[in-house]
Design a protein around this ligand. Structure first.
Ligand code: URA
Length: 425
């Protein structure tokens, strides 16, 4: 079967067979059957023509088969995980994982590093002195058994076809396809071996999915794939029009997560942690277990956090890195904030050094943006609206430019999205 026949079939709107998809993915993973140019052409045809549910299922299975699958059976408690499609200030994994562990589940979290304006969970955790992201599958199993939770880097052996394909899609304008995104995310999550999965599909300016309809389509596609693979899967559609919490940047977000673990913290971060935690426990068959809100209030989530950090070489008591320089962006007028644009804040944090432009770049752990007001709160002219943190003061100007017009006063601007927009099961 010639790859050109498969490309032209999809270009002309045909449904690809399981056999065709297997050939394409296996041939791409081992570099034998289909070139980068041909794969890019096929992905572009998929962007335009879409994929049926059967095609997405076969595509996901073929990527899953391209690598190893962790075996997490035999632990003394059910496994449950959360995946977020990514957003600005999204540090939810940090308080959520230990809170759910404290309620009786095991949480295997394979996470990534950030690229562009959204931060990566591993970058945040790496701001803790000594903390190591890499765990072998055996160490991960041991940690899940002994501590209950592990947040670590996905090994190169999991869904390697996706690793290669995602890098190609990134440079060929073919990331924005709901079936390709769904198959990419789910092949990695299924390879991780979790028994239950909650997807946090973000919607808004700071997210991949800018509108509720496309987010719902992605959520339905991913829930369908998980369910077909007998993984108890559900999704929440949640707001990413404004940053989550008040801190954006690696160590700044760890600091905010610690406030939540200590029973305080911003209301939106606490609420999302608790709601996602409840969904994770219910999906794992632990709905009668302890409530995540209680685990945050009684200190058991903090105990689980400290054990998880220490198990990966981190010092939970070590001071977090701080940026060398600070600058303020002042409110130009007084009033009530209508909106704070998540994308603009993400770009500002990135320009201050919190994010990377290329995979190989280093991030500055202390860099980022702190919001002094959230939508619905009052601001006064001349008072700080944002504090900028960076090691390199020459970055202030570009970051401040990104924030120009990012905060709108009432009555201007669109109404903020509700924090939890919808649920898909
Ligand atoms: N994240 C992924 O892992 N894959 C995609 O295709 C898009 C976002």
């Amino acid at each position: 079967m010639d790859p050109i026949d498969i490309i032209t079939a999809k270009r002309d709107g045909a449904e690809l067979t399981r056999n065709q998809i297997d050939r394409v993915i296996a041939g791409y993973a081992d570099g034998s059957g289909i070139s980068d140019e041909q794969m890019a052409a096929l992905c572009m045809a998929i962007v335009w023509r879409g994929m049926t549910r059967a095609e997405v299922a076969h595509w996901t299975e073929a990527m899953l088969r391209s690598g190893e699958r962790l075996d997490l059976t035999g632990l003394d408690r059910p496994t449950t995980d959360k995946h977020s499609t990514g957003g600005v200030g999204d540090k939810i994994t940090l308080p959520l994982t230990p809170a759910v562990v404290a309620c009786g589940a095991a949480v295997p979290q394979l996470s990534g590093r950030g690229l562009g304006h959204t931060g990566g969970t591993l970058d945040k955790l790496e701001s803790i002195p000594g903390w190591q992201a890499d765990l072998s599958p055996e160490r991960m199993r041991e940690q899940l058994r002994d501590v209950g939770g592990a947040v670590c880097a996905a090994g190169a052996g999991l869904a390697p076809a996706d690793r290669r394909l995602y890098a190609l899609r990134d440079v060929t304008g073919t990331v924005e396809s709901v079936p390709l995104i769904a198959a990419s995310i789910m092949s990695k999550k299924l390879a991780e071996g979790t028994g239950a999965l909650v997807l946090d599909v973000k919607v808004g300016s700071g997210a991949f999915m800018k509108d509720v309809e496309s987010a719902r389509e992605l959520a339905c596609a991913m829930v369908g794939i998980g369910t077909d693979h007998k993984v108890s899967t559900r999704a929440l559609l949640t707001a990413m029009d404004a940053p989550l919490g008040r801190a954006v940047g690696n160590a700044l977000e760890v600091e905010e997560a610690l406030e939540v673990l200590a029973g305080g913290g911003p209301e939106d971060v606490v609420r999302l942690t608790v709601e996602l935690g409840r969904e994770m426990l219910e999906a794992a068959g632990l709905s009668g277990a302890k409530d995540p809100a209680d685990a945050l209030a009684d200190g058991t989530a903090m105990d689980a956090w400290r054990a998880m950090v220490a198990a990966q070489g981190g010092d939970p008591d070590a001071p977090l890195p701080q940026a060398k320089e600070r600058g303020e962006v002042l409110a130009p007028a007084s009033g009530v904030l209508a909106s704070v644009d998540a994308h603009a804040v993400g770009i500002a944090a990135w320009r201050l050094g919190a994010g990377r432009a290329r995979k190989e770049d280093a991030v500055s752990p202390g860099a980022g943006v702190v919001l002094h007001a959230k939508p619905g709160e009052k601001v006064r002219a001349g008072r700080p609206l944002f504090t900028l943190h960076t090691d390199d003061p020459s970055r202030f100007r570009a970051a401040a430019e990104a924030l120009t017009g990012a905060a709108e006063l009432e009555p201007a601007g669109a109404k903020p999205l509700p924090l939890i927009i919808d649920r898909v099961e």
